[in-house]
Design a protein around this ligand. Structure first.
Ligand SMILES: CC(C)(COP(=O)(O)OP(=O)(O)OC[C@H]1O[C@@H](n2cnc3c(N)ncnc32)[C@H](O)[C@@H]1OP(=O)(O)O)[C@@H](O)C(=O)NCCC(=O)NCCS
Length: 403
């Protein structure tokens, strides 16, 4: 073990803080005033060895859509330990303090490697689908009827114009992180040294026949030349649409750009409707991976904050090695309109650790999946099927951005 202390950062330590994280992730740190403005020093933990920063972890105050609600969720990011100080417990020290101090009932993150966070009670709770579309082969179905209008807008006007679309989308799909105006501006700042050889970001909006924006796409292009001619690449960073026509028109546009041979998109849901818009879905080259990880920091509060697909009344027994208050039995009742979760002494119908309930929290992974390996135990016949149906949701969760 190294001798280190964990403390909160101060506002003037932003650049040191982000510099250590950048070094841990092997990218060049180029902090801007906007990055500094977004920094929440009281939520940024730093491990210090002497006067040297050796570890960082921070949480951003943002909200997240969950089944039937939008709730506060600590958005954990900038987790890094100096390469000379790894595997000596620094991450464990940062994580356990962060989890105990989070005011929200849940924390979420994207993991750089899937082996890291399970030990801290996080579970992979939403699958993310990536596409690597062969544009020479894919056959998009034509859009029928009135198609509305496509228009490019600037990064300056985008936060004001797109916030409402994203906010509405949050009410339709779990797993989507909310964005304040500051977060929007930070996301759209488009640092040239972070483009990886791609073009500046295009911000494309779709307007319906009344001129109302009902969908948008953020994308970049990259010029390329192959042995048989132009082979440009299209990287779609985000596509959000509230209406079927907007969804179809935006995808149609991106799938038929001149000179392009390949399109990449990394944030589709497992039930992404794009499959239906092409007549040969294998040309999309789909791959399923991990996306959002969830940690329930306050089990009864978190379970009462979401809604349930079917009426549920179940006593669960939870174990948690890191957050003492999560241990015990809770009676969960709820449906699509309301929910409550209270401590009880009654005999449990189901038992599991905090991790399995986190996995099922967004409705993207069935509780029954974990019964097959003994991680969820059923004590009352029928309770598992009922709880699995209730924890599920009609649309799969998706996380639109790696934060
Ligand atoms: C990942 C990282 C933060 C771990 O920090 P660390 O201080 O070395 O971690 P700890 O010593 O506290 O390790 C705690 C446990 O996690 C395990 N662990 C740590 N990193 C791991 C990894 N990448 N994969 C699998 N297990 C890992 C350790 O082996 C240890 O296990 P044990 O308790 O059974 O002994 C650090 O290696 C790092 O900065 N990596 C590069 C940046 C990065 O990937 N950050 C995460 C961004 S999401």
């Amino acid at each position: 073990m190294v001798d280190y202390v964990v403390r909160t950062a101060t506002a003037d330590e932003h650049d040191r803080f982000s510099g250590l994280f950048a070094a841990a992730m092997m990218f060049e740190s180029s902090p801007t005033d906007l990055d500094r403005e977004q920094f929440e020093p009281e939520r940024a933990l730093v491990a210090v060895d002497g006067d040297q920063f050796v570890g960082t972890a921070k949480a951003m105050t943002r909200d997240l859509s969950v089944p039937g609600a939008v709730v506060g969720a600590a958005h954990v990011t900038a987790v890094g330990v100096r390469a000379t100080h790894r595997r000596r417990g620094i991450l464990s020290g940062l994580m356990s303090r962060q989890l105990r101090e989070a005011p929200e009932a849940l924390a979420v993150l994207w993991a750089s490697e899937s082996g890291i966070y399970g030990r801290f009670g996080y579970a992979s709770a939403a699958w993310g689908v990536s596409y690597e579309v062969d544009l020479h082969r894919v056959r998009p179905r034509p859009v029928s009827g009135s198609v509305g209008l496509l228009e490019e807008i600037s990064a300056e006007e985008a936060p004001g114009l797109l916030a409402g679309v994203l906010g509405e989308f949050q009410t339709r799909r779990p797993g989507v992180s909310g964005r304040s105006e500051l977060v929007w501006r930070g996301l759209l700042q488009d640092k040239p040294d972070h483009r990886g050889g791609k073009s500046a970001r295009h911000i494309l909006v779709h307007r319906d026949s009344a001129g109302v924006i009902d969908g948008y796409a953020l994308w970049r292009g990259k010029m390329n030349w192959g042995p048989t001619g132009p082979a440009n690449e299209v990287s779609v960073e985000e596509l959000v649409a509230l209406e079927p026509t907007a969804y179809h028109v935006l995808w149609q546009h991106l799938l038929t750009l001149d000179l392009a041979a390949k399109l990449e998109y990394g944030h589709a849901a497992v039930d992404e409707p794009l499959l239906q818009l092409v007549s040969n879905p294998t040309a999309l080259n789909r791959r399923v991976g991990e996306s959002l990880w969830v940690r329930l920091t306050d089990v009864p509060r978190a379970l009462a904050q979401r809604r349930y697909a079917t009426a549920v009344d179940v006593v669960i027994e939870v174990t948690d090695d890191l957050v003492e208050a999560n241990n015990g039995r809770f009676r969960l009742t709820g449906d699509t309109e309301k929910a409550s979760c209270e401590r009880t002494e009654s005999a449990p119908d189901l038992s599991a650790s905090v991790t399995e309930f986190a996995a099922a929290y967004l409705g993207g992974r069935p509780l029954a999946e974990f019964a097959a390996t003994g991680r969820v135990k059923e004590h009352t016949p029928g309770a598992l099927a009922a709880a699995t149906a209730a924890f599920g949701w009609s649309v799969a969760p998706v996380s639109l951005e790696i934060f």
